[in-house]
Design a protein around this ligand. Sequence first.
Ligand SMILES: [Zn+2]
Length: 61
Amino acid sequence: MKAANSNIKCPTCHGAATVNYHPFCSKRCSAIDLGRWFNESYVIPGETTSQEAADEDDFDQ
Ligand SMILES: [Zn+2]
């Protein structure tokens, strides 16, 4: 996988962003983030929600 920019981190999982899905690392993370915009209570079955709290701390990069 290619890093688009080492300064950009995926807002969803905080991994390195890629060219194809900038500023996300993958289509999956992009879809997850869009889901939050449309419905903040959106939850993916089987996904851990522990990342949610971390996201709020780290959001203004
Ligand atoms: Zn990601």
